[in-house]
Design a protein around this ligand. Sequence first.
Ligand code: FO1
Length: 321
Amino acid sequence: MNLVVLSGGTGTPKLLEGLEVIVGQERLNVIVNTADDFWYYGLYISPDIDTVIYLFSNLLDKNKYWGIRDDTFNAFEMLKLYGMPGWFHLGDRDLAMHIFRTYLLRKGYTLTAVTKYICKRLGVKANVLPMSDDHVETYVLTDIGELHIQEYLVKYRFKPKVYGITFPGIEKASATIDVLKALDEGDAIVLGPSNPINSIGPILNVKNVRSKIKERKEKDIPVIAISPIIGTKALSGPAHIFMKALGYEPTPYGIAEIYSDIISDIIIHKTDEKYANIIRRKLGIEVHLENIIMKDLDDKIRLAKKVLEIISKKSSTKQPT
Ligand code: FO1
């Protein structure tokens, strides 16, 4: 069973924790959003890649779902003394990742090669794949001006009113051959419970990814989304805010609508039963009502098991091609 999981932000890594326990890292191909990446004081920061690498190497601070557990911030304190802003915290051990990655990127290695190498050094067995080796950024147009996604999320805690969101570079960004190979060889594709606009969205908008997933779904494999929203609120972060700003209803129906051309199934929270019929009827997507809240490891394993049950049920009933 080769699983492909699209991951961004901090929601999907929780599901990855459960999947890792059940299928093992060797079976996981994680395509990661890189539109959160940015150059910060000369360092190339790749937040979503780092959360996945730290998770699989058991270094992740699981209270925050970013950075390294029990990290210190001595360099950061000195950098603030020199005038660096204090809203984006860089731990000492985390800094080593940014310094080393920047060193390799400046020598001309691709983000894919650098990620593979760092995973090897950290003993990560999962296949962690940047969505593209072409640089993509994310900006949010708000009532206090245009903000980089990290400023909007971290500095302003998604308080400013959102008028729009843009992903400079996405129109030229191509999927890597590793991403297309993983999508080709996967037995199932999972769109994790992350923000469909700025975490999963950029992955789908990289050239050839959406069409490849659509092709696989229409031909033979389950493509399953897990809603990051319960009712009209995201479990964490601004998914509902971005969806509203882009004209989608901020509900599980809106999630299904965004993914309607590429998913066969969606898992929504058991209290969202009222959306199930319209998703089935209007979008032709199978709906599974589950408890999608992941508070502890048992929750993560339980939800991961549900995903795998759906996959094996669909695969066993698949018509012989
Ligand atoms: N998130 C915060 O809320 N505060 C921070 O100071 C912060 C620093 C940081 C440093 C490195 C890194 O890889 C991630 C960091 N994050 C921080 C999380 C980051 O903003 C989120 O993981 C992504 O934006 C989620 O999409």
